[in-house]
Design a protein around this ligand. Structure first.
Ligand code: ADP
Length: 252
């Protein structure tokens, strides 16, 4: 199988500062691929270059065989991208916003169907700013699906969410992948990557320092003689929290 995304020796410099330092990786169709790394590692820059939103300094990128340098328009048509929240006009409710996005993409997706995909029908007449953090992220996820994309890009989709809202979003991301959509996401939550991603690339200071399945990376560490300093219990505090407050979808 051919990769759906191929990045070769990608470099991005901002005024001489090297944010991305010649990274190469491939993503296979149907994968959930995670870009992990601390703040400032170069994750968003990499994502935005592939999304055609930012110019690269050097290197090559292909998306579904389309060369980013020659055919960015073809790439735009098959990808779904999350907007910054400032992109959601404050005066419009969710239905109106989805109508507006339909117009941008030249599509006719039914807003209620899109809201249904992310369990937000009840908020159809609400404004974006009136939603909770989890609901805002779910709405943002819905907007990536308007143009029936083959690949969606999620930049820190669960940052700032509580444990239930994060789990709800993970479930939604898995559902979207089951429809055959390839997902590339950034996160600095290692548990999120371990739960969701088939493979991860760990980026630090613009370099990929490891790339593999979460299991393989953990096994390699353990094979090297690593031992946790503290004995692990069978549950953690988050498990306690979830158990006490309930897992079910609720006002998140
Ligand atoms: P991450 O998403 O991993 O947190 P970014 O890709 O946002 O990292 O940023 C990588 C580095 O590039 C950071 O040091 C950041 O300050 C710098 N950077 C990002 N965008 C710009 C820009 N527009 N101009 C100058 N430097 C930038």
């Amino acid at each position: 199988m051919e990769p759906i995304i191929k990045v070769d020796q990608l470099v991005k410099k901002y005024n001489g500062f090297t944010a991305v330092n010649g990274i190469s990786f491939s993503v296979m169709p149907g994968e959930i691929f995670g870009l992990l790394g601390p703040n400032g590692a170069g994750k968003s820059t990499t994502l935005e270059i592939i999304e055609t939103l930012r110019k690269k300094t050097a290197g090559k990128v292909w998306v579904k065989g389309f060369d980013l340098d020659k055919n960015p328009q073809a790439i735009k048509k098959i990808i779904g991208v999350q907007l910054q929240s400032s992109g959601y006009y404050p005066g419009l409710n969710l239905t109106e916003l989805l109508h507006m996005f339909n117009g941008l993409y030249n599509k006719q997706r039914d807003p209620m169907e899109l809201l249904g995909l992310v369990n937000l029908q009840e908020k159809a007449k609400s404004k974006f700013k009136e939603l909770s953090g989890g609901q805002q992220q779910r709405f943002s996820l819905a907007t990536t699906l308007i143009n029936d994309p083959e690949i969606i890009f999620l930049d820190e989709p669960t940052t700032g969410l509580d444990p239930q809202a994060r789990r709800n979003l993970w479930a939604l991301i898995r559902q979207i992948r089951q429809q055959g959509v390839t997902i590339i996401l950034t996160t600095h939550y290692m548990d999120e990557a371990e739960q969701l991603a088939d493979r991860v690339a760990i980026i630090d200071e613009g370099n990929i320092i490891a790339i593999d399945t979460p299991h393989a990376l953990i096994d390699q560490l353990v094979a090297g003689g690593f031992e946790r300093t503290m004995e692990m219990k069978k549950a953690n505090l988050e498990d306690v929290f979830i158990q006490l407050t309930g897992k079910a979808l609720r006002e998140d």
